[in-house]
Design a protein around this ligand. Sequence first.
Ligand SMILES: [Zn+2]
Length: 143
Amino acid sequence: MSAGIYHEMIIDYSRNPLNFGKIEDHDVTFHDSNPLCGDSIDIDMKIKDDMIHEIKFHGKGCAICMACSSVLTEMAKGKSLGDARKLGKDDVLSELGLEHLQAVRIKCALLSLKVLKLALYTYLAGSPESGADGLKDEAANLY
Ligand SMILES: [Zn+2]
């Protein structure tokens, strides 16, 4: 796809984000922010049978942050926890043609992935056999 189409997708998602809102009876929620830009988001999830049954995000962010949060939550929805934790930065960036994003904007693009990983960590931390500790390291090393 051309860069123009990706640009339009980002603008469109930022105006009409997917999976935007709160889940009041969530099983897990996590918040983080990117003070440099002012992005601040929460991800809420309902988890059933080790699967992400429902996922929503809320908060505020720049166009890149809102677009990447939309794409990421859409990819994570319906995935098993095992598959969701394998989602990586390339999955998010390539979906929106952002592979060559400048370093200062990478935090905008990957904030939601960091929040997702830490939400999964928070959920799984209660069961040591899940090997959830790796998620914390992954989140810390994202950018
Ligand atoms: Zn931003």
